[in-house]
Design a protein. Structure first.
Length: 247
């Protein structure tokens, strides 16, 4: 007698959709460099009569939405690391070792890419520009940087990455808990958007800076999931077990 044991693998992943949407967004962002959309949106939060950007001296935006919120995400990342290490020793966590490892790697990469890219691109923050009371000259992302003694450190958006890095939760949960994964996706997108808006109100970033950050974080988390957890070749595996006829 023979029987079959069915082991289900990761749910189908539409790479055309997962890669196509970020690619389209990136193309739109490049085209927007030919417009003044960033400047228009930044001016919405700038009030010369009030001495600068409306959120520049906001206790809530700086101390709560920026500092405390970032600390919470860092604390979550530390817990993820502890969980991953514990999965090598704690029986209950061993089945989740790969997911926890993917989560830790995603969180690490989706935040650590920001600082090196800031240094390489040297894009100025809105609050540093002459148009908003600063001394620096504006330049588009793909244009040469004007000479300055203080290169910018504002592209991509660091605080936005703190929120958008939680895209990792969506990918880690999508195979075991798809409904919860969708909620995690909405949460990560909402949190990243709120963080982005807060920093725009403070004059720390242009709109496009934060959208680029979301694209990078999504692609990093997608890549980690694809190479660590996703196994499309094993969508349905049947293991035949042969038993003696008189068994």
């Amino acid at each position: 007698m023979s029987s079959s044991v069915v082991r289900s693998s990761p749910r189908p992943l539409n790479l055309w959709l997962c890669l196509g949407i970020p690619a389209l967004v990136a193309l739109v962002l490049v085209l927007l460099e030919w417009t003044d959309l960033d400047m228009v949106l930044a001016r919405m939060f700038y009030d010369p009569a009030a001495g600068g950007f409306i959120g520049h001296h906001s206790y809530f935006l700086e101390n709560i939405l920026h500092d405390r919120a970032k600390q919470l995400v860092i604390a979550f990342s530390v817990l993820a690391i502890v969980g991953f290490i514990s999965s090598f020793f704690v029986t209950r966590l061993k089945p989740f070792k790969r997911e926890l490892g993917c989560l830790v790697l995603s969180l690490g990469l989706a935040t650590s890419f920001v600082t090196p890219m800031k240094a390489v691109t040297a894009v100025q923050c809105p609050w540093s520009l002459k148009e908003f009371g600063g001394k620096e000259t504006y330049s588009e992302l793909l244009s040469p940087r004007p000479a300055t003694d203080k290169p910018g450190r504002c592209w991509p958006g660091g605080h936005a990455a703190t929120g958008f890095t939680l895209f990792a939760l969506f990918f880690v949960l999508r195979d075991r808990r798809p409904r919860l994964a969708r909620r995690a996706l909405v949460f990560a997108f909402t949190l990243g958007t709120v963080f982005s808006l807060g920093r725009m109100m403070q004059g720390a970033h242009f709109f496009s800076h934060n959208v680029w950050t979301a694209v990078f974080c999504w692609l990093i988390c997608l890549g980690c999931y694809y190479f660590i957890l996703y196994r499309p070749a094993f969508a349905v595996e049947r293991v035949a077990v042969t038993r003696p006829a008189n068994a």
